[in-house]
Design a protein around this ligand. Structure first.
Ligand code: SAM
Ligand code: FES
Length: 349
């Protein structure tokens, strides 16, 4: 085990069988060693900094039917909301005054917001603040739309691949095509975005082999960011009685991803903080280096309910910021409020 981890630490690569071996045999000591090596790697690339991003969840309308997701189009129990362009700007103003220099605009796949409207939102933020990065997370769009947003000033795009197993992907989605999702990620790269892929850990029926495919896919795509979180059941989905992903497995995947992609920006996700009160701190100690506190108005927070028990739904933006800062500092890390680009991407652009 130790030999394999050392090999990964040195080469930032293992083959499929080696990854599966690690996932099948890693136990306490091996896990501690893996986390130690992941931590060492992040210290070499980004030091002890944790980058803060302000998250604006601007719409919970969605045309997609992802079977695991609480706001999928089939869920009739969701109270749907959309933020107006003015409300989105107010969130960014509040965020800027709290020190954020990256805004992540996330929503369901909601055609109410035309390309022109999205372009307007991006332009307004970028014209107002010269030192801010805009990250979009709007799902799958045609190449031309991605290009319009990029030309309007969008810097980054988050689009988790969810799972790199085509078979599992098809099992958990209704009207989403695996090939289109993967192609969208390559399109985003080609256009010039800093790209965020990512996956869920503990999806019903997911195997160690599926998770090994995730790491190999990431190595091939070489994204600037990777969002990894546990699957958590939602009460209104067909997976409501399934087991969710565990803290242990998610931490292992974060640490392995750090070793595969030493320069990656890896969030300690809200989902991780939801399954364990110290989940985000544990994620950071295992190589994660981004947190995404919420800037959405508290009146809509609960409505953006992707899974059961989501944390921080009642806290004002300022409280979230302070709470997370305290958690990071008490774990021995320091917060960085700058726009925090991927350093490898910076060197090449
Ligand atoms: N619509 C955009 C998209 O598809 O990329 C962004 C919004 S989507 C809700 C954001 C992410 O939430 C998904 O990529 C998925 O990984 C995660 N998510 C959805 N349901 C979840 C669940 N039940 N447990 C954990 N994560 C979930
Ligand atoms: Fe569209 Fe979840 S199904 S955001």
């Amino acid at each position: 085990m130790k030999n394999l981890i050392d090999k990964l630490y040195k080469n930032n690569y293992l083959d499929f069988d080696e990854i599966v071996y690690i996932l099948n045999h890693i136990e306490n000591q091996g896990k501690d060693y893996l986390i130690e090596k992941a931590h060492e790697t992040r210290m070499k690339t980004y030091g002890n900094k944790v980058y803060m991003r302000g998250l604006i969840e601007f719409s919970n309308y969605c045309t997609k039917g992802c079977k695991y997701c609480g706001i999928n189009s089939f869920n009739k129990n969701v109270e749907r909301y959309r933020l107006s362009l003015e409300e989105i700007q107010e969130c960014s103003e509040l965020g800027y005054s709290l020190g954020y220099r990256t805004f992540v605009l996330q929503g369901g796949e909601d055609n109410y917001y035309s390309d022109d409207m999205i372009v307007e939102i991006i332009k307004e933020i970028k014209n107002k603040y010269k030192d801010v990065a805009v990250t979009l997370s709007l799902g799958e769009k045609p190449y031309e739309s991605y290009e319009k947003y990029y030309n309007a000033g969008a810097d980054r795009y988050l689009l988790r691949h969810e799972t790199a197993s085509k078979e599992l992907f098809e099992k958990i989605h209704i009207n989403t095509d695996y090939n289109n999702r993967i192609e969208s990620l390559w399109n985003l790269k080609k256009i010039g975005y800093q790209v965020g892929a990512g996956f869920m850990v503990g999806i019903p029926t997911q195997t160690k082999e599926d998770l090994a495919k995730d790491l190999l896919f990431l190595k091939e795509l070489d994204p600037e960011m990777v969002g990894i979180g546990p699957f958590i059941p939602h009460k209104d989905t067909i997976y409501k009685n399934q087991q969710g992903g565990t803290l242990e497995d998610t931490i292992t995947m974060i640490a392995l991803t750090r070793l595969f992609l030493p320069h990656g920006l890896l969030p300690a996700t809200t989902a991780l903080g939801t399954i364990d009160p110290l989940g985000r701190e544990k994620g950071i100690k295992a190589g994660a280096n981004v947190v995404m506190p919420n800037l959405s108005p508290t009146t809509v927070r609960e409505k953006y309910s992707l899974y059961n028990g989501k944390i921080c739904t009642g806290d004002e933006a300022a409280e979230c910021r302070n709470c997370i800062e305290k958690r990071i500092v008490s774990s021995g890390f320091s917060i960085d409020m700058s726009r925090g680009d991927n350093i490898k991407w910076r060197q090449n652009n």
